[in-house]
Every structure is written in C-alpha cells, then in structure tokens.
Design a protein around this ligand. Structure first.
Ligand code: ZN
Length: 340
C-alpha cells in the first residue's frame, strides 16, 4: 500500500536550523549563504520534496560542548540537563513553527502515519511527515520527564549519543546508569520505541530486555566497520527478531573502515554492501534508510555520486530491484504503521 514512498529513518532538521541554516531555501540558495563552514548541505525542504521524501524520523538532538560547539551543554563533569533541555525545547519549537508554516506535519500515531503516507501514495502529497526522535536523552532531567516529551510528540528515544547521563554511547563505553534503567522502564510503560543507534555494547542487553520495542534509526554494519557505533550481526539480528528496522547511514567513515577526511569518497556500492549484508542475512523487510545526510557532515563525506539528497535514489542500482521499495521507505512505513 505504501511501497512507493520515501521514508528516511534519521534527519537532524531542527539541529540544522539551530546552526543557522535556513532549510526553507533551495539547495543552491542555502549553499550560497550557508553559515556552516566546510559542510556542503545536501538537505533542505525543497530538496526533500523534490526527492519525494514523504516522512522521516526528525531528531531533537542536544549537542554536548566541544571545541567546534562551545555553546553546547556540559556532557561530562556536571549534571547539565538544563543546557541539554534548552536545546531540545528550541528544536521542538522549531518543528512546531515549521508545522505552522505548512512545511512539516508532526505525526504521533500509527494511524496518522498511515493516513499521511496514503495521501502521498495517492499522488496528493502533504507536507513532510515528521515523527520526533530524541537522540541522546540528556534533555530529560529524569525518567519522570518522559511524559512531558511524549505529550510533545516524541515517539522514539535513543538514550545515548556519546555517553549520556543514561547510558554509555559512541566511543564512550558504559552500561545503562541507574537513571537509564528507570528511563527504559518508563519507555516500555509509555510504548516509546528504543533507538539503539549510538548505544554502547555494555548497555545493549539490559536495554533490550527492559524495552524490546526497538529499531536502529541509523546504524551500519560492524561486518565492514569495527567499533561500537555499528551493529554486530548479533545486534542486528536482535533488532530484526523484535520486528525492528535498521537505517543505512550515508557517512563515509561509517561505510569503509579507515576512511579519512581528504580520501576519495567511498563508492555507492560500498554503501550498498551494508544493505546487502543486512538484507541477505536478516531479510530485506528490515532494511531502510537512515541517511543522517544533514547530521554534522556535508556531501563531501557521502558516497561518490550523492551530491544532494536527490541522489540517494542512486543506491537502488546496487540493490536487488525487488528490495528497493522496502529499503526506500516501505519498511519504515510498515514498521510505523504497526508499531508507532
Ligand atoms: Zn546520530
């Protein structure tokens, strides 16, 4: 029914706005006045529309302080949930302002997603559908805050990014904290989906035990790239067993082990190899997109040939033709229609 739609499992739209990007612009105009240096934008609202993106999981992403982003919140050292919350609230408000302007439609139930995609499928596309995903749970003071965010529309939560107050994360090993256990328990009670992308191995098992409703919105395979940012076959199998979908990330460092800035861009077929590995091992019904194409990198770090969002479609020629509709969006659409 919804086989034809494009559904991206991971975009950081409001984060881009927070960086000063005007996503309402055409790509050419956006690039001409892009405040983000050194990252050529591949995503804007007109571009997503041109590419036929019907829906996505859109993040609330609080960025910890770093050399590149000194105004971020303090991730280590002090318990800066206020700083993280301030960023996430700003982003929530941004999605709402975009909704007021008719640029996005916030979707919160399986029925809303299905109805929204049905319109797109029938050739009567509405605005971009956005299901809110909190990436890194630090904006929550404690598990008691989950209710507030659920009422605001958040339907998926990834407890980690780097290490958060809830769990060990990418390149920052560690188990679920006591707070993390409380959060996962609350998520199960509220039916909020666990996004395991960024979750460290040491937190993995307990997290899935506490909340088995699980997806990986943007995670490539450890079969090609070692490290805790990527999924081992055991992890991917666990997501699939629980009915989840895994989104393919378009970032070169996540596609080829050892790829470094300045290297020639990776090939599309190498990105497709992650898809084929998942598809051939676990079934194509569980493979989707989670491009993250606006997630802190420009198209210079996307596979060669992906110079703008429109080019994501080129991945199709490296996949079995019968698998593409599902990977392109049908699998996320089915998942959201059944589980959200
Ligand atoms: Zn991420």
């Amino acid at each position: 029914m919804t086989g034809g739609v494009l559904f991206d499992g991971h975009l950081d739209l409001a984060w881009n706005a927070q960086l000063g990007r005007d996503l309402t612009l055409d790509l050419v105009a956006l690039r001409a006045q892009d405040p983000v240096a050194g990252q050529t934008a591949g995503v804007s609202f007109p571009e997503l529309r041109r590419a036929g993106v019907a829906a996505c999981f859109g993040t609330l992403f609080a960025c910890p302080a770093s050399d590149d982003y000194p105004q971020g919140y303090e991730q280590d050292g002090r318990d800066d949930w206020k700083g993280a919350r301030r960023q996430a609230l700003w982003q929530l408000d941004q999605y709402r302002r975009w909704q007021d302007d008719g640029l996005v439609r916030l979707l919160t139930t399986a029925g809303e997603v299905s109805a929204h995609l049905r319109d797109w499928d029938a050739g009567a596309p509405g605005p971009l559908g956005v299901v809110l995903l909190m990436e890194g749970a630090d904006p929550m003071r404690s598990a008691d805050d989950l209710d507030f965010w659920v009422r605001a529309g958040v339907r998926l939560v990834g407890p980690a990014w780097g290490r958060t107050r809830y769990a060990g994360g990418t390149d920052a090993p560690g188990p679920l904290t006591e707070r993390g256990v409380e959060l996962l328990t609350a998520m199960r009670e509220s039916g909020v989906t666990l996004d395991v992308s960024h979750l460290d191995d040491a937190a993995w098992e307990e997290a899935l035990r506490l909340q088995p409703k699980v997806v990986a919105t943007h995670a490539n395979s450890r079969a090609f790239v070692p490290g805790n940012r990527h999924l081992s076959d055991g992890m991917a199998g666990a997501v699939v067993e629980r009915g989840g979908v895994i989104g393919l990330v378009a970032l070169s460092t996540f596609i080829r082990a050892g790829w470094d800035e300045g290297d020639a861009r990776v090939e599309l077929r190498e990105w497709a190899a992650h898809a084929r590995h998942y598809g051939e091992t676990f079934g194509w019904a569980h493979v989707g997109l989670g491009t993250d194409l606006d997630g802190g990198f420009g198209v210079e770090k996307a596979p060669a040939g992906v110079d703008r969002y429109l080019d994501v479609e080129r991945l199709a020629s490296f996949l079995p033709p019968e698998a593409w509709d599902g990977v392109r969006g049908g699998n996320w659409a089915r998942w959201a229609g059944e589980h959200l």
